[in-house]
Design a protein around this ligand. Structure first.
Ligand code: ADP
Length: 493
């Protein structure tokens, strides 16, 4: 077993090059943490429009890749740029990737997403035949990369250059699966023998994510609780059976955050820095935030949310609980964008309760930081949450998370026990507004006791969710995948 692993990390999005969600944060940080542990890590993503802005000048490493797609051959190229100290490869194919959006427009998904990601997956494998660098392990992420393990185990299984590569496939959110109609099957180049329940067929359609789940050597998702939850009908999005079958190779590894990027002592976006020992700056951040948002500058509890406005995030519970939350003297600030109905509902709430509720619709990373720093509480009442980054950031900023006990929220926040003075936040289990309010009451009781509150804030800030521990867990899983210690349940095509 080599000490220094060669790892190819494949992701459709990588911060800062292209981002729609938490996966980009992971893909921007985990490879660096792995490199920091001494491994040879390279990242591969599509060359979406504008990546050059962050990647510096790009060097062609494979000038001409010829990839079979349906009965045609599509040409692409592999370019190399820098990501921190390590290399990142961009798969260039302007017809597919030089567009305004990554996966679609506000009107909906691009009609040719199947073709765009068939190309991505197959080109990833083809590139490795000519690159002159063969990874020990491919770490593939989410549905857009789901066919990579499938190709390695089928069309390319007899290629000696690729035969020894182990694969680890990570689910960041099971709800996004890459499902396409069966007429696209010939486009994949895979035989119809794979279009079965044991292969990539899913209720009469093609399912990319399922490909990763069935053919990956090891599977992970981004928290232990979510790894358990997705094996049930409630959270399994129709794939619970597949996940149960593969439960022996399914692991939970919680995400981290970059502690240099998220640091209240040095964050340039917040009005005054602070540390756990000296929280003066945090008080200044709260006053500044109240002023910026037109909230009364009173020492009342300030509850913040920074979130995509989607059903998953449990925002209806916030709307339900809002009158009583305000009746308890709290203020609320929400930064988010998404579902127009939710946007309208929060906008309305803000205009009715000026000075008490502030809502900013849009995507604003700097304001997000001011909310993380200036709020007392950070609210995440998610219906489900694979890992969640907001609660990790808020712990780092001494802002107490109020969470629903699900997925990564349950794994990273612990209920504060006033008697023992242990714990870092408050949570609730039933998915309803009353449970949220009951949790809020417990939280406010502690908020009103300065000594207890100070202790809770110190507990939160003493947590360590930096990437190193998680990166070490991935390395031990890569080694496990390589040893092939895990009996495979793969089907023989
Ligand atoms: P998800 O990936 O499901 O959106 P996470 O909690 O894992 O949820 O990650 C969300 C990340 O995106 C957090 O870093 C959060 O601060 C950020 N974010 C979400 N909405 C906004 C917004 N409107 N403006 C700025 N940052 C946002």
């Amino acid at each position: 077993m080599p000490q220094r692993l060669r790892i190819l990390f494949i992701s459709p999005e990588v911060e800062p090059f292209a981002k729609t969600g938490g996966l980009a944060d992971v893909a921007g940080a985990l490879p660096k943490a792995l490199a920091g542990l001494g491994h040879d890590v390279r990242v591969l993503m599509p060359k979406f429009r504008g990546v050059e802005r962050h990647a510096g000048s790009l060097t062609p490493v494979i000038a001409r890749l010829r990839i079979p797609v349906a009965d045609r051959t599509q040409e692409g190229a592999l370019l190399e740029g820098r990501m921190g100290k390590g290399p990142i490869y961009f798969l260039a194919q302007d017809h597919y990737y030089d567009r305004d959006g990554l996966y679609g427009t506000p009107e909906g998904d691009y009609w040719d997403n199947c073709e765009r990601f068939v190309f991505f997956c197959r080109a990833a494998v083809e590139a490795l035949r000519v690159l002159g660098w063969t990874p020990h392990v491919i770490h593939a992420n989410d549905w857009q990369t789901g066919l990579v393990p499938v190709y390695l185990e089928t069309l390319y299984r007899n290629d000696p250059a690729l035969a020894k590569i182990a694969t680890l496939f990570t689910i960041h959110n099971l709800a996004y699966q890459g499902v396409f109609w069966h007429y696209d099957m010939p486009m994949t180049g895979l035989g119809w023998d794979l279009f079965t329940p044991a292969g990539i067929e899913f209720y009469g359609k093609i399912n990319f994510l399922k490909g990763g789940l069935v053919f990956g050597d090891l599977l992970t998702t981004v928290s232990r609780t979510y790894a358990r939850e997705i094996q049930t009908a409630e959270f399994g999005c129709g794939l619970e059976g597949v996940l149960q079958e593969r439960s022996r190779v399914l692991h939970g590894v919680v995400n981290g955050i970059d502690y240099d990027v998220w640091n209240p002592a040095s964050d340039p976006a917040i009005p005054k820095g602070y540390t756990a020992r000296d929280l003066q700056g945090k008080r200044a951040c709260k006053l500044a935030l109240q002023e910026e948002l037109g909230l009364a500058q009173e020492p009342v509890p300030l509850v913040g949310l920074v979130t995509r406005l989607v059903e998953q995030k449990g925002l209806n519970l916030v709307l339900d609980a809002l009158p009583e939350l305000l009746a308890n003297g709290a203020q609320l600030v929400l930064l988010g964008t998404g579902d127009p109905a939710l946007e309208a509902a929060f906008d309305q709430a803000a205009s009715r309760r000026k000075g008490r509720v502030a809502v900013r619709l849009g995507y604003d990373p700097a304001l997000a930081r001011r909310i993380y720093a200036g709020s007392d509480f950070f609210l995440m009442p998610s219906r489900y949450e694979p890992c969640g980054l907001g609660q990790l950031i808020s712990l780092r900023y001494g802002t107490i998370p109020l969470v629903r006990w699900t997925g990564g929220l349950a794994d990273t926040v612990t209920e504060f026990d006033p008697a023992k003075q242990t714990g870092t936040g408050f949570g609730f289990a039933p998915f309803n507004g009353e449970a949220l309010l009951e949790c809020l009451h417990r939280a406010l009781t502690v908020f009103r006791q300065p000594a207890l509150w100070a202790r809770l804030v110190r507990n939160a800030m003493a947590e360590d969710f930096s990437w190193e521990a998680s990166a070490r867990q991935y390395v031990s899983l890569y080694r496990k995948a390589l040893k092939a210690a895990v009996p495979s349940t793969r089907i023989e095509p």
